[in-house]
Design a protein around this ligand. Structure first.
Ligand code: HEM
Length: 317
């Protein structure tokens, strides 16, 4: 059955809008003022990107084939800017702007290879099922029922839950989640997924170690590491095959961890940056320099407008 644009915009079964999702994220977090609707807690950082000689095999994008400065932000998910870094349910994020002036791309990644919804209707239902009711309490039965009816929406929680808690932003693996069409120097296009891998081994915490950490330990950990030198990550492209599915953000590609990957380049974070450098605007998932195109899925399409609405709310709009 086909759906007309009109029938998506009206009626009780209308597809949620980006504004509906921002509202749901803000409500879930208790509406803290001036805070991002998600990943409200974070630190702004800067550094440099050095391309590898192999980047043009994947993309002609000058964002990835030329050296540049980098503006970045490490963050913790939730619209609550005081969420504990040790909260098991809170993802760790790494957003970065890479590329020379006029050719910049914003890549927004997190420590999960999949999203918690395959479309906007499922995403809104997931957020609502995790939001406190009028009594101020989240009803665990509500989320249980949601999960039973939407098993793929639990993939993210299962994948993240199977790993120990991250103990450092500098020692965490991040994924770009969506499948991005990448056009190489010869003009050939294939889908890639971004994976950002730290130069140091993954840093994790046991449950007992986590209990002993202060709620805001990640910032101090980063400062300490930066005092000892740059914090480095390889930016990898996981190569897609022609028959890979590219629309369902709750699913990994078959054998994704063992796919051929190409190192696009290396990010060296050298210091913290003034918070305003990150807070004055957004890391805009749709800002992609020629050679990397917008992923085709529905979730991706909602992100740039949602981030812009969140920015407006942060400014009191
Ligand atoms: C429809 C799906 C999504 C919606 C509606 C959404 C919504 C948002 C919003 C409103 C913000 C705050 C933006 C701001 O005020 O600057 C945000 C930030 C963020 N989101 Fe999403 N998001 C979605 C999907 C994703 C996915 C799939 C990922 C993982 C790749 C992700 C990772 C992040 C990160 C890391 C940040 C922090 C950005 C920063 O540091 O400024 N989001 N998201």
């Amino acid at each position: 059955m086909t759906t007309t644009a009109q029938s998506q915009d009206v009626g009780p079964a209308a597809k949620p809008t980006p504004a509906d999702l921002v509202d749901a994220l803000k409500t879930m977090a208790g509406n803290p003022p001036n805070a991002r609707a998600n990943f409200a807690k974070g630190v702004c950082v800067k550094g440099a990107y050095t391309p590898s000689a192999f980047a043009p095999l994947v993309t002609k994008s000058q964002s990835f084939t030329r050296p540049s400065e980098v503006l970045g932000r490490f963050a913790v998910s939730s619209g609550n800017p005081h969420v504990a870094d040790t909260n098991k349910g809170a993802l760790k994020g790494f957003s970065f702007r890479v590329g020379p002036a006029g050719h910049q791309s914003d890549i927004v990644t997190e420590n999960a290879p999949v999203h918690f919804a395959r479309d906007l209707t499922q995403m809104l239902a997931s957020l609502k099922a995790r939001t406190a009711g009028p009594d101020g309490k989240v009803d665990p039965e509500k989320f249980k029922a949601f999960g039973a009816a939407n098993p793929e929406a639990l993939n993210q929680a299962h994948l993240v839950g199977a790993k120990p808690l991250p103990g450092s932003w500098a020692g965490t693996i991040y994924w770009g989640v969506h499948a991005f069409p990448a056009t190489d120097a010869k003009g050939q296009t294939r889908h890639i997924k971004f994976k950002v891998v730290p130069h140091i081994a993954e840093v994790t915490l046991s449950e007992d170690e986590a209990k002993a950490r202060p709620a805001d330990f990640l910032k101090g950990d980063l400062e300490q590491r930066l005092a000892g030198g740059p914090v480095r990550f390889d930016v990898l492209a996981i190569l897609g095959q022609p028959d890979d599915q590219v629309l369902d953000t709750t699913q990994r590609w078959v054998n994704e961890d063992h796919r051929e990957t190409i190192r696009l380049g290396t990010i060296s974070i050298t210091s913290l940056a003034p918070e305003d450098s990150c807070d004055a605007g957004i890391f805009n998932p749709a800002a992609l320099a020629d050679g990397i195109a917008a992923p085709p899925d529905e979730i991706f399409a909602a992100r740039a407008p949602a981030y812009a609405i969140s920015l407006g709310r942060r400014r009191g709009g």
